[in-house]
Design a protein around this ligand. Structure first.
Ligand SMILES: NC(=O)C1=CN([C@@H]2O[C@H](COP(=O)(O)OP(=O)(O)OC[C@H]3O[C@@H](n4cnc5c(N)ncnc54)[C@H](O)[C@@H]3O)[C@@H](O)[C@H]2O)[C@H](O)CC1
Ligand SMILES: [K+]
Length: 516
C-alpha cells in the first residue's frame, strides 16, 4: 500500500484529471460516496437506530466538497443530515461550489458557523463528518475551522474524518493545535503519510483507504516511494514470504552463518537475546562472540550457539578487544551483528572504524545500540569507506538524534524524512525504531511498519530485532528485504506474545523471541 505526501497526491490528482481526463467531479462523487458508506458502516455497528443523525462540517475547499457529497448520500440512505459550513459558502469555487448548489436544490438543511441563527447544538447529533480541511491545509487551523474542531472534539461524538483528520500534517503526522480526533478516517485514493506516523495515527482512528477512480499505477509513475509495511508489501514489493517454507533437501549451511558480537560483563543478556533471535529467524548457524572472560560463565547456557571469546585482558568488556580479532571471526560468515550490550568507551569510534575497514566489506552488517553511539562519536563517519555489503543501522529515536546531530523532537517530528535522508546520504539501510518503525533503504524507498504494540517497549526488544535482521541477512536477503521482513516479523511476534498475556505491559523481550 502506498503512502503519499500531499504534494504527490496533488500531482497524481492533476494527472488523473488533466492527462487521463477523469472529471474532477467524478472523483469527488466517488470520494463523498465512499465517506458516506464508511459512516453508514459505523452506524450499523452501533445499536439499531443509535446513529441516525449526522452533522457534516464542511470547509471551503475540495475536502468540504467531499463532505457535501457524503451528506447527500447519507440523506438518500435515510439518515437525518445537517451541513454546517465553516465559512460562508457563497465564496466557494469549483467543485465545492457545485456540490453546495446541488445540496441547496435538494433542500438539505445547512447553516453557516458563526452566522445568523443559533449555535451548533451538538446534543442533537449522533455522529460527525469532518470535512473541514484535507491535503490543502497549511499550518494550524484558523478562525472558524479551529473553533469547530474544538467543539467537535469536546462533543464526544464519533467522528468520521474525510481523507485526514482536520489539523493533521498529512506529510509528517504532526498534529496541529487543534486537530480532530477521529474514530475512523476514510483516506481517499491513497493513504497519506501522516496517517501512518504518531501522533497522526492516534488522531486518525481506524484508517480505511477507499479508491475513488484514480488508477493506482499513477503512484508508481509519480515516483511514490513510501509504503505501508505489511504482508502484502513484503510479498508483492519486496519478494519475501513471511511464512518462508523450506525446501526438503537443505542443511544448516543453506541458511547461513551469523556472527553476533554482543554483550559484555554487565550486559551479557543483550548478546544472548540477539543470538537467539538470529537462530529463531531461521539462520542455520550462529557464533556468539563475547569478551573472553565471559566464555566460562556463559558456557552451556545457550547450547544452540557456538561461543567465541575475544581476548579482553580480563576486563569483560570490548574496549580491550582488538578489532582485528572480531574482523577475523567475521571472515567467511554471512552476516555480522555488532552492538547490543557492548558499552561505550573513549576511543570507541576509532575502534569501530578499524573493524569497519578491516572486516571483509562484503559481509553484511547490522549495527545496533552502542555500535551506533560509536558511529555518532566519529566526526568523520561520512568519509569512512563505503562497504559493498549491506549495512543496516537500527537506532531508536535517541540514537537517531545522535547520529543525525539533531534533537530527539526533531527526529520524531518527521521520522520518515529523517530516516530517508540519513539512509540516502550514508548509503545504509536505516531502521528507525519506535511505534510505527520506519525502514529506509539507501535508494530512498521507505516502509512504515504496521505490526507491533506498546508492550514491546521493554528492555532487550531492540537486541532481538538486531539479531533477527542479522539472521535474515545471513540467509542472503538484501539489506532492504532483511530490514523490512525483520521489522515486520518482530512486530508480529510481539503481537502474538502480547495476545498470550493478560496485559501487554507484562511482555518481555524473551517472549518476542519465543513467538518468532
Ligand atoms: N485525492 C483526490 O484526488 C481528491 C481529493 N479530494 C479532496 O480534496 C482535498 C484537498 O482539497 P483542497 O481544495 O486542495 O484543500 P482543502 O480542502 O484541504 O483546504 C481548502 C482550503 O482551506 C484553507 N485553509 C488551508 N489551511 C487552513 C488553515 N490552517 N486554517 C483555515 N483554513 C485553511 C485554504 O484556503 C484552502 O483553500 C483532499 O484532502 C480530498 O478530501 C477531491 O474531492 C477528490 C479528488
Ligand atoms: K478532514
Amino acid at each position: 500500500m502506498y503512502l503519499v505526501s500531499s504534494t504527490e497526491m496533488r500531482e497524481i490528482d492533476r494527472a488523473a484529471i488533466e492527462r487521463i481526463g477523469i472529471p474532477a467531479v467524478a472523483l469527488m462523487e466517488n470520494a463523498g460516496r465512499a465517506v458516506a458508506e464508511e459512516a453508514i458502516r459505523l452506524a450499523e455497528s452501533a445499536p439499531a437506530g443509535a446513529m441516525k443523525r449526522w452533522l457534516v462540517l464542511a470547509g471551503k475547499g475540495n475536502n468540504g466538497g467531499d463532505g457535501v457529497v457524503a451528506a447527500r448520500h447519507l440523506a438518500e440512505a435515510g439518515f437525518a443530515v445537517v451541513i454546517v459550513y465553516a465559512v460562508d459558502p457563497a465564496g466557494f469555487a469549483g467543485e465545492a461550489a457545485l456540490q453546495r448548489d446541488i445540496a441547496a436544490r435538494l433542500g438539505l438543511p445547512s447553516a453557516v458557523y458563526g452566522g445568523e441563527g443559533p449555535a451548533v447544538d451538538w446534543s442533537r447529533f449522533d455522529g460527525v463528518i469532518d470535512a473541514l480541511l484535507g491535503t490543502g491545509s497549511r499550518g494550524a487551523p484558523q478562525g472558524p475551522y479551529a473553533a469547530l474542531i474544538r467543539e467537535a472534539n469536546a462533543s464526544g461524538l464519533p467522528i468520521v474524518a474525510v481523507d485526514i483528520p482536520s489539523g493533521l500534517d498529512a506529510d509528517t503526522g504532526e498534529t496541529r493545535d487543534p486537530c480532530i480526533r477521529a474514530s475512523r478516517t476514510v483516506a481517499l485514493a491513497f493513504a497519506k503519510r501522516g496517517l501512518a506516523q504518531h501522533p497522526g495515527a492516534d488522531a486518525a482512528g481506524d484508517v480505511v483507504v477507499r479508491p475513488i477512480g484514480i488508477p493506482e499505477r499513477l503512484a508508481e509513475e509519480h515516483g511514490v516511494r513510501t509504503f505501508a509495511l505489511d504482508e502484502r508489501t513484503l510479498r508483492e514489493r519486496l519478494g519475501v514470504d513471511p511464512a518462508r517454507a523450506r525446501a526438503a533437501d537443505t542443511h544448516k549451511g543453506t541458511y547461513g552463518h551469523a556472527l553476533v558480537a554482543a554483550g559484555s560483563r554487565p550486559m551479557s543478556g543483550a548478546g544472548l537475546l540477539s543470538a537467539r533471535a538470529a537462530l529463531r529467524g531461521g539462520c542455520g548457524l550462529v557464533t556468539w562472540a563475547v569478551p573472553e572472560s565471559l566464555v566460562a560463565p556463559l558456557a552451556g547456557r545457550f547450547p544452540e550457539a557456538m561461543l567465541a571469546g575475544v581476548p579482553d585482558g580480563g576486563s569483560g568488556g570490548w574496549s580491550a578487544a582488538a578489532p582485528g580479532d572480531v574482523a577475523r571471526l567475521a571472515a567467511g560468515k554471512d552476516a555480522l551483528v555488532l552492538g547490543p550490550g557492548i558499552g561505550r568507551w573513549d576511543g570507541g569510534a576509532a575502534w569501530l572504524r578499524e573493524l569497519w575497514t578491516r572486516a571483509d566489506g562484503r559481509v553484511p552488517l547490522v549495527l545496533d545500540a552502542d555500535a551506533l553511539n560509536l558511529v555518532a562519536d566519529a566526526p568523520d563517519f561520512a568519509a569512512w569507506p563505503r562497504r559493498p555489503g549491506a549495512a543496516v543501522f537500527t537506532p531508536h529515536p535517541g540514537e537517531m538524534a545522535r547520529l543525525a546531530g539533531v534533537a530527539v523532537p526533531e527526529v520524531q517530528r518527521d521520522r520518515i524524512g529523517v530516516a530517508r535522508s540519513y539512509a540516502v546520504r550514508h548509503g545504509v539501510t536505516l531502521v528507525l525504531k519506535g511505534a510505527r518503525t520506519v525502514v529506509a533503504d539507501p535508494s530512498g524507498r521507505v516502509y512504515v511498519n504496521g505490526s507491533g504494540n506498546a508492550g514491546m517497549a521493554t528492555a532487550g526488544s531492540g537486541d532481538v530485532l538486531a539479531g533477527l535482521i542479522g539472521g535474515l541477512l545471513a540467509q542472503r536477503l538484501t539489506g532492504e528485504q532483511a530490514a523490512a521482513l525483520g521489522v515486520w516479523l518482530h512486530g508480529a511476534a510481539g503481537d502474538r506474545a502480547a495476545a498470550r498475556r493478560p496485559s501487554p505491559a507484562s511482555l518481555i523481550a524473551g517472549d518476542i523471541v519465543d513467538e518468532l
